[in-house]
Design a protein around this ligand. Structure first.
Ligand code: PEP
Length: 286
């Protein structure tokens, strides 16, 4: 990934700032605590198909707050493709900007689509792939999502790979298996914290105001972690697992403090700085 793009580091791991001191006391940090010390949470906003030019003012406000308050979080906003380049200019390296989808091919006769290289060219450093709205409205399969994640890495983008069960699958208690299968099919070989994050987004929680309990979030994040570690070994221990689905100011702190929650993917509440900033601030409080 090019060094000249200073914002690329915003979405990647930075082990330099908080390496644990050599054994000071009797208590060893538990693995989860230890990981939290090393890996900043990632708070990512997904604007979906919302936002015209005046909405860039929200990015300016968030970027300004982040650059002055220095929260303990990496902050990313994913506006519609039409705003990516202007969002990068507005953010000016204070927060990262990403795309919401990409096609696996670098270029070609694919009217209306956008490639990872194009996003990178516009200054993006990350891309969401496999969002449930893409899976549902565009018939995207796990294999396609994995291909998108792979090309995104080649283009130097962090992939945020979305998984999550439907309400019916949760009712039938299939959620663990559904997530395991989606992880197996959607996350390509070679995944690591430097090129991927997972977003667990129960479909029934997206845009509905409903959320799983904290215990349910903790349980499924632990399951996802186990799947990542059994497949990728040590590399699987650092991949951030974001929670997504009706995150807002009033529940962010509790959700972000749950075990194995390494950040949040936020839809509706990322559209204004007034709603998004408290979620970013909550990450510092965990
Ligand atoms: C999303 O679409 O990724 C999302 C989490 O939406 P919301 O926060 O609005 O539920």
């Amino acid at each position: 990934m090019s060094e000249s793009r200073g914002i690329s580091t915003i979405c990647l791991l930075d082990f330099s700032t908080s390496a644990p001191a050599a054994k000071a006391g009797p208590a060893e940090p538990r693995p989860e605590t230890f990981r939290r010390m090393l890996v900043k949470p990632l708070i990512a906003g997904n604007w979906k198909m919302n936002g015209l030019a005046p909405a860039l003012a929200e990015i300016e406000t968030v970027a300004e707050i982040v650059s002055t308050s220095l929260p303990n979080a990496d902050v990313l906003v994913c506006p519609p493709a039409t705003l990516v380049h202007r969002a990068v200019q507005t953010a000016a390296g204070r927060i990262a900007v990403g795309g919401q989808d990409c096609r696996p091919e670098p270029s070609g006769a694919f009217t209306g689509d956008i490639s990872a290289e194009m996003l990178r060219d516009a200054g993006a450093t990350a891309v969401i792939v496999g969002h449930s709205e893409r899976r549902q409205y565009h018939g995207e399969t796990n294999a396609l999502v994995a291909a998108k994640a792979q090309v995104a890495w080649r283009a130097g983008l962090l992939s945020i790979i979305c998984i999550g069960e439907t309400e019916e699958e949760r009712t039938r208690e299939q959620h663990l298996k559904v997530c395991k299968d989606q992880l197996a099919g959607s996350v390509p070989e070679g995944a690591s914290a430097n090129n991927a994050a997972i977003a667990y987004e129960p479909v029934w929680a997206i845009g509905t105001g409903k959320t799983p309990t904290i215990a349910q979030i903790g349980a499924i994040h632990a399951h996802i972690r186990q799947c990542l570690v059994s497949r990728f070994g040590t590399a699987g221990t650092d991949i951030r697992i974001l929670y997504g689905g009706s995150v807002k100011a009033s529940n962010a702190r509790e959700i972000l403090a749950a075990p194995e929650v390494g950040g949040a993917l936020v839809g509706g509440a990322s559209l204004t700085a007034a709603d998004f900033h408290p979620i970013i601030a909550a990450a510092s409080a965990t």
